[in-house]
Design a binder for this molecule. Structure first.
Ligand code: NDP
Ligand code: 2IT
Length: 446
């Protein structure tokens, strides 16, 4: 590693001790953008990198709520408002027991670059809580969300900060959060995205992250004269991103061999059918069940407890569960099993030594900030529709999403292509950075 980069990272670690996920996210970006940074005198003069790696602010608060058993419980919650140079802070809320400040800072930092890549006027932020929605009743989740919004509502607004969903936060949670915001401020504004269609949500938002990841994958395949038909795809996760990535893959003629959750994976040797996926969607989205329950009822589907999909022979891998699910060992497994393209539905699912394996072996590696940007892009379109007080059709939003993913692909190629390799990660980092850095220079010392 270059000495200047190393010194920068040492300083970052000293200023932000113990925040390992945040260090990792910055390290991944900094190596690609440092030469560009040095090339621009104004960036160095204005200390853009020091400023861009320090969130504008972090709001941290306690959320107390009453369980069905009559006891009072409390959780930690945060909103990391990372950078609003390009537009209102924008990014999801994550509810998972593992959530801490480091994870939200890594997600907020990534979001700044991702949102810049969409070409929409969106700044970057992230929030969430260590609350675990699993095993809670709807009423408990409602009381938690209502209480969280009491703590959060002063700091968000349609032109200030617009949260959405992420792990553990879907349509149910957004409904409770939105209802409480509306009650507290006595206004209907597009303060959250991912809302239900009946109250101002956008067509395609639920599908957007997964569909977008498949659209950009298809562009990368077309670039080498290939396509998705008959490709074998490994998908991890079975949440919002995974299910709709699987749906679009199958619609495009690919075979989706796997899905997973935190307990294990299912394998469909000949690929899942759309009918099977429909049943799995019902199980996950409505019944809130586990994949093992599906495998138990369907003899053609194998279940492997405590296993991830990465050793199965296939062409494409789409990690769509969580951060650091692919480390160097799994990256080697993927390469050995014939994978030639990785598209990240999740945020930072591959560790730096895993990414190094992909780069060294010249695999097509499309990082999360490009591959999963379709979700936040349609969130941006939801904000536009709310401001215009109208709703675009399914087809209109899908067309716009496809256009945005095509443009992101082009930007990654423009800034990441060398003679014999397209480094999508470098392209995404550089393009995302330039816009934010230029905006920050324009503002002076703010
Ligand atoms: P969901 O909560 O809908 O689904 C998460 C899935 O990942 C579940 O199958 C879950 O399994 C699994 N999972 C979560 N944590 C772990 C873990 N520690 N180990 C193994 N499996 C785990 O979340 P999303 O689908 O919305 O999010 C998935 C990823 O995509 C995240 O990285 C998120 O940040 C990213 N993302 C999401 C976007 C969105 O629009 N929703 C947009 C862009 C990125 P289990 O049920 O067993 O916990
Ligand atoms: O990581 C992400 O981009 C999201 N969870 C979606 C954010 C959003 O505001 O739609």
């Amino acid at each position: 590693m270059d000495k200047d980069v190393k010194d920068f990272l040492t300083g970052l670690i000293e200023r932000n001790p113990h925040e390992v996920e945040f260090h990792q996210a910055v390290e991944e970006v900094i190596q690609d953008i440092y030469p560009i940074y040095l090339d621009h005198k104004a960036y160095v003069q204005d200390q853009i990198l020091d400023r861009l790696t320090e969130p504008d602010r972090i709001i941290s608060f306690r959320v107390s709520w009453e369980g069905d058993d009559g006891k009072i419980y409390s959780n930690k919650a945060w909103r990391v408002q990372f950078n609003n140079s390009l537009g209102p802070y924008k990014g999801g809320l994550r509810f998972h027991p593992s959530v801490n400040q480091s994870i939200l800072k890594f997600l907020g930092f990534e979001q700044v670059f991702k949102n810049s890549l969409t070409g929409l006027p969106l700044g970057g932020g992230k929030g969430g809580s260590n609350f675990n929605p699993k095993g809670k009743s709807d009423r408990e989740v409602m009381r938690f969300c209502h209480s969280l919004m009491i703590g959060l509502h002063r700091y968000i607004g349609k032109s200030m900060d617009v949260p959405a969903g992420d792990i553990g936060v879907g349509a149910r949670e957004i409904g409770y959060l939105f209802g409480q915001y509306m009650r507290l401020v006595n206004q209907w504004t597009g303060v959250l995205t991912g809302k239900g269609i009946s109250y101002g949500g956008s067509a395609i938002r639920k599908e957007a992250t997964g569909y977008g990841a498949v659209y950009i994958t298809e562009h990368a395949l077309h670039k080498r004269g290939d396509g998705l038909a008959n490709k074998k795809v490994l998908i991890s996760g079975s949440g919002n991103v995974a299910l709709y990535a699987a749906e679009k893959c199958i619609q495009k003629g690919a075979q989706v061999l796997t899905l997973s959750d935190s307990k294990g994976m299912i394998l469909a040797k000949d690929g899942l059918s759309l009918e099977q996926l429909q049943d799995i969607k019902y199980l996950k989205e409505v019944a809130r069940g586990r994949l093992v329950e599906y495998a138990d009822k369907h003899p053609s589907i194998e279940y492997f407890a405590s296993k991830a999909p990465w050793a199965i022979a296939a062409d494409i891998a789409m990690p769509c569960a969580t951060q650091n699910e692919i480390q160097a060992a799994q990256a080697k497994e993927l390469i050995a099993s014939g994978i030639f393209l990785i598209a990240e539905g999740a945020n930072m699912p591959v560790t730096p030594d895993g990414i190094a394996q992909f780069r060294n072996n010249k695999l097509i590696y499309i990082p999360g900030k490009a591959a999963n940007a379709g979700g936040v892009a349609v969130s941006g379109l939801e904000m536009s529709q709310n401001s215009l007080r109208l709703s675009w059709t399914h087809e209109e939003v899908d067309q716009k999403l496809q256009g945005i993913m095509k443009d992101i692909h082009q930007s990654c190629v423009k800034y990441g292509a060398s003679r014999d390799y397209i480094d999508y990660a470098k392209g995404a980092n550089v393009y995302g950075f330039l816009k934010v850095a230029d905006a920050m220079v324009s503002f002076g010392a703010v």
